[in-house]
Design a protein around this ligand. Structure first.
Ligand code: SF4
Ligand code: SF4
Length: 509
């Protein structure tokens, strides 16, 4: 199946032996002019790229105090070395978080510190050469910006921010990543990552309405561009067509229907994902976030709810206000923005949503905490809500639930291996190898607890697992959406009663 070695799953995780240079040269396809220029970047490597790269590094250090602190404060304690799933899966020492950071730090030291200028060898400072730039390109695209390493760093150094800065520097000198930049270009011009135009989106939603009505007998609506609706749903475009994502979208629609609220999608802002974050570009992230603001104003909605997408929720929760606020025109009685899990959870708490968990009795579930939700956001009004709320929904929708081992979930969760702009076929080896720790934890509960399925609330995780589960001996359909479970368990109060129900009712009478 693979033209590379798929890692063997280990029963007891041990620190992998080093394989120097194992993933050197495993970088993604380089972006081309049509995807560079619309984002404001040169279309190829500029002539004076060293000078420009160092200028950009200065600019970013000036803009982001955290970057400056992270570059200065590592004490090489080694606590992060074995915490990255890409190091565990590839054994390449440059995939150790500290070594990844050092690719940028060594250059920073050379040009920006006294010791680095005059005694470079003493402080591990290096010139910015083409070889160094090649290493930047390869290894900063083998970081999913999951922030796991930062949890274990005594100084809280966040490699994700360093890899974002490195990518921004590379874009600014003309070597961006094709996958991310093409997606940002499509989302910025058409409205979603897929480049799905309004008529195709309208058609898809109409098809879903027919499908759900046929299945349930209830006219559950999937409204598009409905002015005056209370809620704007912003969801990853994968929800419009791919399995298991679309089953989640059906779940959101059923929840809205049962709640009796009016809601709409927008054809102008038909994407929750914001890949501007992956390339570290505040400007591009802002451009995409402003589409949501414009859609919300034009449609006259009172609330914004985000669908199941990990990094989209990070951008929404952590940055939406500074990127595109103030949101004072929205109803301040509700969280701005709100996650679909918070919406569903509140209804469950209020007893306004009836679920029959026996509908999911054919499954035993576990939950994969998506990195950006787990380590870069929250849900609800209590610390840890981002861990408890999705689990509470799953447990309300299913009778059989088991957590994966404690050191692989919640704050310490392992990335799926496809986050941070890595979810592209040209990085399949990195993706499969990076999935190893999560697959080990999943396999453990499959073997020991009879788990049959893995639920997630992130479009990237769902797509990644669909691809990598088979490499580790599992079915690609093991991965399910959390709202897919809700969709299957929900009791729609206006559903026609079937004959069995009627005869049962009359027996009871
Ligand atoms: S942020 Fe995640 S992917 Fe990047 S170095 Fe740290 S653990 Fe690895
Ligand atoms: S844990 Fe933090 S301080 Fe220690 S080596 Fe890693 S990045 Fe440096």
């Amino acid at each position: 199946m693979a033209d590379f070695e798929v890692p063997e799953l280990r029963e007891f995780p041990v620190i992998p032996k080093l394989k120097e240079g194992a993933m050197k040269g495993s970088g993604p396809f380089v972006s081309r002019a049509p995807f560079q220029e619309p984002l404001g970047y040169p279309d190829e490597l500029v002539e004076n790229w060293q000078e420009k790269a160092l200028e950009k590094l200065d600019d970013l250090r000036g803009r982001y105090r955290s970057l400056q602190v992270y570059l200065d404060s590592c004490v090489k304690c080694g606590a992060c070395t074995d915490k990255c799933h890409y190091y565990i899966g590839t054994h390449d020492p440059k995939n150790m978080p500290v070594a990844r950071q050092d690719l940028l730090r060594q250059v920073y030291r050379r040009y920006n510190t006294f010791a680095g200028k005059y005694f470079p060898k003493l402080v591990g400072a290096v010139d910015l050469t083409k070889d160094v730039l090649d290493d930047w390109y390869n290894y900063f695209h083998q970081c999913s910006q999951c922030r796991r390493c930062s949890v274990y760093c005594p100084y809280g150094i966040d490699t994700a921010e360093i890899s974002m800065a490195a990518r921004e520097i590379m874009d600014s000198i003309g070597i961006g990543q094709k996958y991310c930049n093409e997606i940002i270009m499509k989302a910025g011009s058409i409205g979603n990552n897929l480049g799905l135009p309004e008529p195709a989106l309208a058609d898809t939603l109409e098809g879903l309405e027919e499908e759900v009505e046929e299945d349930t007998g209830v006219a559950v609506k999937f409204p598009l561009d409905q002015k005056g609706a209370d809620i704007l749903l912003v969801t990853p475009s994968a929800d419009f067509f791919a399995e298991p994502h679309v089953d989640g979208l059906i779940g959101y629609a059923k929840v809205f229907h049962e709640a009796g609220v009016s809601w709409t999608l927008s054809s102008y802002a038909s994407e929750a994902a914001n890949f501007g974050m992956f390339i570290g570009s505040y400007e591009n992230m802002r451009k995409l976030a402003l589409r949501i603001r414009k859609a919300a104003i034009e449609l006259g909605v009172k609330r914004i709810v985000f669908g199941e997408c990990g990094h989209a929720w990070r951008v929404a929760y952590s940055f939406l206000n500074t990127l595109a606020g103030p949101w004072d025109f929205l109803d301040q009685n509700y969280p701005v923005p709100q996650h679909i899990c918070e919406f569903t959870y509140d209804l469950l708490q209020e007893g306004k949503l009836k679920l029959d968990p026996s509908e999911n009795d054919h499954m035993t579930l576990t939950f994969h905490d998506s990195c950006n939700v787990a380590r870069a956001s929250r849900m609800g009004d209590k610390p840890g809500g981002q861990f408890e709320i999705p689990r509470a929904i799953i447990k309300a929708a299913c009778n059989n639930y088991v957590d994966m081992p404690a050191d692989t979930i919640k704050e310490g969760t392992f990335c799926c291996g496809g986050g941070g702009g890595i979810l592209t076929d040209d990085l399949m080896e990195v993706r499969v190898k990076g999935a190893q720790p999560r697959m080990e934890a999943y396999t453990q509960v499959v073997k020991e607890n009879g788990v049959t399925n893995l639920a997630a609330i992130c479009a990237i995780c769902k797509s990644q697992f669909t691809k990598v589960l088979p490499y580790y001996g599992h079915g690609m359909t093991d991965i399910v959406s959390v709202h897919q479970l809700v969709s299957d368990a929900i009791i729609l109060s206006d559903a026609p009663k079937d004959d069995d129900d009627e005869s049962e009712d009359s027996d009871n009478n």
